[in-house]
Design a protein around this ligand. Sequence first.
Ligand code: ADP
Ligand code: MG
Length: 255
Amino acid sequence: MRIFAVANQKGGVGKTTTTVNLAAALAQAGQRVLLVDLDPQGNATMGSGVDKRGLALSVYQVLLGLSDIAAARRRGRGVPYDVLPANRELAGAEVELVDLDHREHRLREALEGVGDDYDFVLIDCPPSLSLLTLNGLACAHGVVIPMQCEYYALEGLSDLVNTIKRVHASFNRELKLIGLLRVMYDPRSTLSQQVSAQLEQHFGDKVFRTLVPRNVRLAEAPSYGLPGVLFDRNAKGSQAYGAFAAEMIERARRF
Ligand code: ADP
Ligand code: MG
């Protein structure tokens, strides 16, 4: 089982879109996948066809030790991977976890119970460097950072890289930055090209080869409770996530 956290403390940069589409594309490639939604907004949950309202069990109960993952996981209609869902209740976990033992390791401990069920676990992190994100990073083998190639893209990246280093030093010696994924890419924009080149210069082969273009089909898909890859497999964005999944399988093999 390989565990990857999709993280970036900025909101609206494509974390959830990346997580659900990677999950779907990996599942289509024959991998057994669990998506863990760690964002109280529950967008990855809804985008995977699971209704976040009225969940009896969610990742919240799992983090607090009130449920195991096997009881809380769900599967949306027509979706080929499992989801450990989230909703607003999860916002309270931040405070409640503070007083618990192993507060950074709650998710890691819970995942041990389903270790044989999956090839990939993908964690959709919230837009913060909070205790929830720490739980994601503390159990992951690798971090995937989606980024938009815009002027402020590099700002904040050093905070995230420092957090990854800190988690590596204190909680999780296995944690690695797997790579930066360029999303919502506009090949006609000079700025996109410049920022993209800058990223390649600074991060070398840590930048995934795949470029995910801005593509309206990816944005429409969540309202149908489906990842874009399943909603319209021929869309340019869906094909890019297919290529990205192949890159992830290749990189996961290497460690
Ligand atoms: P985050 O999880 O980082 O907040 P989202 O994945 O929710 O970001 O993306 C933010 C918004 O951008 C959403 O409305 C989503 O549908 C849209 N979006 C994400 N990736 C793309 C893309 N490649 N093309 C077009 N729209 C996208
Ligand atoms: Mg999100």
